[in-house]
Design a binder for this molecule. Sequence first.
Ligand SMILES: Nc1nc2c(ncn2[C@@H]2O[C@H](COP(=O)(O)OP(=O)(O)OP(=O)(O)O)[C@@H](O)[C@H]2O)c(=O)[nH]1
Ligand SMILES: [Mg+2]
Length: 315
Amino acid sequence: MAFRDSFKLATKSAIRWFPGHMGKGMRQMQQKLKSVDCIIEVHDSRIPLTGRNREFRHTIGGIKPHILVLNKKDLGCKDKSVYSTVAEKIKAYENIDHVLYTNCKDQQCPGIRKLMPLARDLIVDSDRYNRTNEKDFCVMIIGVPNVGKSSLLNVLRNRHLNKKKATQVGGVAGITRSVLTKIKICEEPLIYMIDTPGILEPKITDDEMGMKLALVGCIPDHLVGEDLIADFLLYYLNKNEMFGYVDLLGLEKPTDHIAEVLVSGAKLLNKTKTIRNISSGGKVILPDVLSVAQYFIKHFRNGGFGPINLDKDLF
Ligand SMILES: Nc1nc2c(ncn2[C@@H]2O[C@H](COP(=O)(O)OP(=O)(O)OP(=O)(O)O)[C@@H](O)[C@H]2O)c(=O)[nH]1
Ligand SMILES: [Mg+2]
């Protein structure tokens, strides 16, 4: 059976989610740069090459030591050889030498253990300009929404200081709304960290890039539409011959038609909604396709289809 080999949005409009707090956050981050020694950029390991905000490189990156943390590695690719291929590619294109993979749900994860010693070494070896005489180190965490920036700060603080959560975490994009005051992470050496709001590029013109960001949850679902995200997920699974959705949603065989998938899922999961027929006044029972789309997306985000590297084709 032939499946789609590319995904194009029906309307030409770019995916856009740049609420006021993002522009403000970017300005606040620039203002704080003077008191920062190192940048930790967090991104989702399921999309190591896609959707990283290029604005960061112009306004934030460049002169300070820069570590790229590819988080949620429990959901991304588990193949260690891919880790080094990704790191090499990023090094070649962007001049970022330090790439670590982390899982914030596991304090013992090697990437979490290595992160603070690496930041310390890079800061000690760097030119600290106006901060040469400061005894404490300051690290700023940046990245697109919902990749785990605040979770990383919390897990590091817990690991090094045995302290509870200091910054709010949540399953939807846009939890941290402003650049926070510095939070102590480590005593020896004294390291502070600044949490920041997730910031996307103002306009995402590449359809697949936008859909990958939406699928991993960097953009609120309702803005893109759960049906569209579900269709992109179906496109991706078929293209990569991952047919676990067939049983999950009660189909007989793979299909590239999202409506077929959602209606079948509604039947299997008994998800229906009752609406009133305006002309007859009677009740009509319809499949609740929206709630099946949400179920399908959630299954992917919980790792139900196994670890996935959505950027596989880009290597
Ligand atoms: N599976 C998994 N989930 C994670 C990991 N790190 C964070 N999360 C989850 O990802 C979601 C987003 O985490 P946050 O720490 O709020 O992300 P953020 O980057 O601060 O998000 P914004 O403040 O909205 O920009 C939460 O539901 C976390 O529990 C991880 O390593 N693995
Ligand atoms: Mg946050």
